[in-house]
Write a protein that binds this ligand. Structure first.
Ligand code: SER
Length: 318
């Protein structure tokens, strides 16, 4: 059997789309999807699947060695809002899970790895506008703490053990093929489903909570391009800022109203609003642009048009 690729957390929002993209490039059989669920989700079942809990080191080792895995996309994590409800599990899954994968790399099994970081590494003391690549972090969520520590942990494994590990700080990701799970930025996906189904949405952030966001095709493109870049171009082994566009909930609502003038938004902010307000409004991604040519394709209007079209088709509402 030839070397293969493993996607851990394949059933999640990013994994569901990344598996398809990787299978298109490398072939269905070479890309093994894995998640905690016993069976592959229907949309991934056309290729190989392994049930794996990243905290189960024995099973994880068997999957990696048994399938001759040399490249891993490790996406399994508790996101910001869910991790605040169970901080101990957030720490365990996000940190110990990462360590378990890194240790298989240190032992020489995994040669290349992608692990996503997040805008959640930043906190209330971070400059909010065009947040620089290198600046004060001081995150206030357990998710952000695990991401900032994970970035340094990845850099350490690169410097000390020579593992080719690469990362980006994802903003909120918007897509129509898979549901987000437990993030502060999830409103920007829910709003489209509610707009198409009910013509209204009650937002759990306040109207002025500006956050960096990105459309899923750009999020997938970022990981594929980062992983394809020559190693000597990767000047940063923590994680690159990458930016798509930024908006507040009321700006997003106005962009939806251009297509659906009757759409209504109301606001009922909860604990997630405080998380959102601790994060940047926009990012400076010049390091990613310079080192590996990062450039997003979608702006907010192109994203909104594409989301409404696809979700209307899915729901049969036109
Ligand atoms: N989308 C993530 C969250 O809201 C940020 O990385 O938790």
């Amino acid at each position: 059997m030839k070397e293969a690729i493993l996607v851990i957390g394949a059933a999640g929002q990013i994994g569901s789309e990344l598996v398809h993209a990787l299978r298109e490039i490398h072939g269905n059989d070479k890309v093994i999807a894995s998640d905690v669920h016993e069976k592959a989700p229907e949309h991934l079942a056309y290729g190989p699947y392994e049930q794996t809990d990243v905290l189960d080191t024995k099973k994880l080792g068997e999957v990696v060695l048994g399938n001759k895995i040399t490249e891993v996309y490790h996406l399994a994590a508790l996101l910001s809002a869910t991790a605040e409800k169970n901080p101990a599990l957030g720490w365990e899954l996000n940190m110990t899970g990462l360590s378990n994968v890194l240790d298989l790399a240190r032992e020489g099994h995994i040669k290349r790895m992608f692990w996503p970081s997040s805008i959640a590494v930043f906190g209330p003391n971070t400059p909010k506008i065009k947040t620089p690549q290198r600046t004060v972090c001081e995150p206030t969520t357990v998710y952000g703490i695990t991401k900032v520590a994970g970035e340094s942990w990845c850099e350490y494994y690169h410097n000390r053990y020579g593992i080719d590990i690469r990362s980006v700080r994802y903003p909120g990701i918007i897509g129509h093929k898979s549901a987000p799970g437990g993030g502060t930025t999830d409103y920007a996906v829910h709003i489209f489903h509610e707009a198409v189904r009910h013509g209204r949405y009650e937002c759990f952030l306040s109207k002025e909570a500006a956050l960096p966001m990105m459309y899923m095709p750009d999020a997938t493109k970022a990981v594929l391009e980062l992983m394809a870049a020559p190693s000597e171009n990767i000047g940063l082994r923590t994680a690159y800022n990458i930016s798509g566009f930024s908006f507040t909930p009321d700006v997003l609502a106005a962009a939806i109203q251009k297509h659906m003038p009757e759409f209504e938004i109301t606001y009922n902010p909860d604990y997630r609003d405080k998380i959102a307000k601790s994060w940047p409004s926009s990012l400076d991604d010049s390091a990613a642009r310079k080192d590996w040519g990062w450039k997003p394709d979608f702006d907010i209007d192109a994203m909104v048009a594409d989301m409404l079209k696809n979700i209307s088709e899915q729901t049969g509402v036109h």
